[in-house]
Design a protein around this ligand. Structure first.
Ligand SMILES: O=C[C@H](O)COP(=O)(O)O
Length: 232
């Protein structure tokens, strides 16, 4: 069984979610699916949890479990809303919200404390890849973003230049990075690839050694395509 993480980002609608739930009811794919919805939709998606292989995830959480942080989301509240996973350190947050490795580590620690499994996102820029710095950048990110006491977590490798561009990483590059991350983190670590994954290319990526699943953005909003990736 592979893991398909569907990250709707700040997209979709309650209507689309209801269409998806209609299409997926009474179905259970052969792959595990973690639906990372906008937080406001999580309660509406609760009935999906009755279906085997369906899980909910958050797209971010605060490093504190509670407090005067208007508009932020606590890992506790994600757990209460039925989530058992949460993305932390997504490159869009690292870039737009200036999240450092230390901040990502603190968020992952809060996730673990609240009973969530963190999905820790790492990835290099095009400039870093072209300069041959990809593996050293990734090594620093994993060394500094993963909590020391974490035993159950995913690492999502998302080359920044592949996100939302339609330019999926070459299979050999994915294989090289995932082998490196397994070497760095131990064979028990669960690794996802993200960056322009579609219903057309996901099977090739999932067939690679050391790829335990994919993190899908744009294509996950196409209900039929997500169904193909979940293998209904
Ligand atoms: O979280 C998903 C990743 O950012 C990939 O997004 P994408 O599939 O639209 O390239």
């Amino acid at each position: 069984m592979k893991t398909i993480v569907a990250n709707w980002k700040m997209n979709g609608s309650l209507d689309l979610l209801n269409q998806a739930m209609e299409a997926w009811q009474l179905k259970s794919g052969t792959n595990k699916v973690i639906l990372c919805l906008p937080s406001v939709f999580l309660s509406a998606a609760h009935t999906l949890l009755r279906q085997p292989n369906f899980f909910l995830g958050g797209q971010d959480c605060h490093a504190a479990l509670q407090g005067a942080f208007t508009g932020d989301t606590s890992a506790h509240h994600l757990y209460d809303a039925g989530c058992r996973y949460v993305l932390v350190g997504h490159s869009e947050r690292r870039q737009h919200h200036h999240e450092s490795n230390a901040m990502v580590k603190a968020k992952a620690q809060a996730a673990v404390a609240a009973g969530l499994t963190p999905i820790i996102c790492v990835g290099e820029s095009l400039e870093q890849r072209e300069q041959g710095l990809a593996l050293s950048v990734l090594q620093e990110q994993v060394e500094q973003s993963i909590p020391d006491n974490a035993t159950d977590f995913y690492v999502a490798y998302e080359p920044i230049w592949a996100i939302g561009t339609g330019r999926v990483a070459a299979l050999e590059d994915i294989q090289q990075v995932h082998a490196f991350l397994k070497q760095q983190l131990g064979v028990g670590v669960k690794l996802l690839y993200g960056g322009s994954v579609t219903a057309d290319n996901h099977a090739f990526i999932l067939s690679l050694e050391n790829v335990d699943g994919v993190l899908v953005g744009g294509a996950s909003l196409k209900i039929d395509d997500l169904g193909k990736m979940v293998r209904f």
